[in-house]
Design a protein around this ligand. Structure first.
Ligand SMILES: *Cc1c(COP(=O)(O)O)cnc(C)c1O
Length: 447
């Protein structure tokens, strides 16, 4: 075991060391990759050391440098050193994060990290914190809590009686909400037709007049956004609270909630503490390993009321199992260790600096590309930039060239009916030199 883990760490370290120089992505021979992994399931055993070498060899051509400094696609961070090492330990320790009986250490790490996260993100200290797999799970749990609460207020026990015959719940969400909100609503039995879309303003933040017009009485959930996935725009959370006083307000802040941790951008999230539930990712801007997200709920009893693990054989009548009452998963990896380690590695100032640096680099990207003749479609308020190179066909052609070139990787997006190259600067390793090198490549390929 000792040699095996040391070898695994060495292979992982070799990969990390190559990140700054290897092509960010390259053409993959999918058939060869599948052949390397495939074939019939062997009848007999293979020594673990041989399995490890086989795996490393087979995977190498299909690895993408998403953890590296010039991957600007989707919204992707790269795991910090201490967080990576902590995750290796979490796997080595093989702890179950279900509850404090199975791992008192995992429970303590999540308790401490949850407290620090609330402090950094401007969330009340009394809120509950669940360590889930990511933004999708965080939105699902937050909206489950919302469903529980607004129906309980209307005298309906949705956990016991389901939605058939329940009072109608209105769901107001921006027309530019993230797709995971819709999937959460599907899973929760609302169906996507329950959504009454609220207009988005010119930069993608919710239109407050439209919200105020639509918000009314009765069981209502309002889904807000901190960080529009295209533009980075944040909804005005204080004004939205005032416009929808009686609603349950859920904030999807998968990456944008981190703006609260940096004094330079915290103003974008003024009023964040007024919401009822929050979703945030660790594996994006905090740069911890996948899969790691957080759901917070202003009312812990509602959080647990919606999704608590109810198994008398495990916990005894009326007892709660702790961490497992706040997440969708029961047995799970002790993912709090890596979060704790990332927060320790960075400290409060380090988190602020990371967010600030990514925003600064996004502005540098936009400025350089604009100077080179590209069109910038959004106000760069956070880490997201939308770039065009003339008409849609031309923009798509440039995106295609960038993806085949390998200097950096960026994706395309459709926003307001137009095609854009979308830049997200979220990685702790990215430097000015990386941005300049990438911008130069993009401009060269656009010509
Ligand atoms: C990424 C993202 C999500 C989904 O998060 P996952 O961690 O991929 O599940 C939800 N909302 C927004 C705004 C996002 O950017």
């Amino acid at each position: 075991m000792r040699d095996l883990l040391a070898r695994a760490a060495e292979l992982a370290a070799d990969h990390r060391a190559s990140l700054a120089d290897r092509p960010v992505a390259r053409a993959v021979d999918t058939a060869a990759l599948n052949a390397a992994f495939g074939g019939p399931l062997p009848d007999g055993p293979t020594p673990p050391g041989a399995v490890l070498e086989e795996l490393a060899r087979a995977a190498e051509p299909g690895l993408v440098a998403t953890a590296g400094p010039r991957f600007f696609g989707f919204v992707i961070g790269g795991a910090l050193p201490a967080a990576t090492a902590a995750d290796v330990l979490a796997t080595g320790w093989d702890q179950n994060g279900f509850n404090a009986v199975l791992s008192p250490a995992a429970a303590a790490a999540e308790e401490a990290a949850g407290t620090w996260l609330k402090e950094l993100l401007g969330i009340p200290a009394t809120a509950s914190a669940g360590f889930v797999t990511g933004g999708q799970a965080a939105n699902t749990v937050g909206l489950a809590a919302a469903r529980h609460h607004v129906l309980a207020e209307a005298g309906w026990d949705v956990e016991r009686d389901g939605l058939a015959g329940a009072p109608r719940v209105r769901v107001l969400a921006s027309e530019e909400r993230h797709a995971t909100v819709d999937r959460a609503l599907r899973l929760l039995g609302f169906g996507t037709r329950a959504v009454e879309p609220v207009k988005a303003g010119p930069q993608g933040a919710i239109d407050l007049d439209d919200l105020a017009r639509k918000a009314g009485d009765g069981p209502t959930i309002v889904c807000l956004q901190a960080g529009n996935v295209n533009t980075g725009a944040c909804d005005d959370l204080r004004a939205a609270r005032a416009a929808a006083e009686n609603a349950w307000i859920h904030v999807d802040g998968a990456f944008g909630l981190w703006a609260a941790a940096n004094p330079g951008t915290a103003g974008l999230l003024d009023g964040v503490e007024l919401a009822d539930s929050w979703a945030c990712d660790g594996h994006k801007w905090l740069n911890v390993p996948y899969d790691s997200g957080f759901v917070f709920c202003a009312r812990p009893e509602v959080h647990a009321g919606a999704i608590a693990y109810r198994a008398a054989y495990l916990t005894g009548a009326g007892e709660v199992s702790g961490m497992g009452d706040l997440t969708l998963e029961s047995s799970r990896r002790a993912r709090g260790f890596a979060v704790w380690a990332a927060l320790r590695e960075l400290g409060r100032d380090g988190v602020a600096e990371l967010v600030d640096r990514c925003c600064r680099l996004a502005r540098r990207f936009a400025k350089t590309l604009a100077a080179g003749g590209a069109g910038i479609a959004n106000d760069v308020v956070l880490n997201q930039v939308l770039v065009s190179f003339g008409d849609d066909a031309r923009t798509d052609a440039v995106i295609d060239r960038i993806q085949r070139d390998g200097t950096c990787w960026l994706g395309g997006t459709t926003w307001r009916g137009r095609r854009y190259l979308r830049i997200s600067v979220s990685n702790w390793m990215t430097t000015e030199a990386d941005v300049d090198r990438s911008a130069a490549a993009i401009l060269r390929l656009a010509q």
